[in-house]
Design a protein around this ligand. Structure first.
Ligand SMILES: [Zn+2]
Length: 95
């Protein structure tokens, strides 16, 4: 589950041609997630993410969990949902 976007300021130091040290800063955006599998908090760089997946229409699984295994178990959940009946108010993207 996507929780929030955090802007992180990073400071880097580079050495100039004359040997002077220059400090420069860069911002990057980090996304905070709660793992849909183990419910632990984890972070991921926004730049490393597929922009289409930065929303809660998708499940987000942390690096310690096996995403493929999680997806398989979700398939089982889906079948259980279908057994409930057709007139539930579960949105189509949660199936
Ligand atoms: Zn996890």
């Amino acid at each position: 589950m996507l929780v929030e976007e955090i802007r992180v300021k990073n400071s880097y130091t580079r050495e100039s041609k004359l040997g002077k040290e220059h400090v420069y800063t860069r911002f990057k955006t980090v996304l905070r997630f709660i793992c849909d599998c183990c419910e632990k908090e984890f972070f991921r760089d926004r730049g490393n993410m597929d922009p289409n997946r930065i929303n809660n229409n998708y499940y987000h699984v942390c690096g310690n969990c096996d995403a493929k295994r999680f997806a398989q178990e979700k398939g089982v959940d889906k079948r259980r949902i279908w057994n409930i009946g057709v007139n539930t108010d579960i949105p189509i993207n949660k199936l």
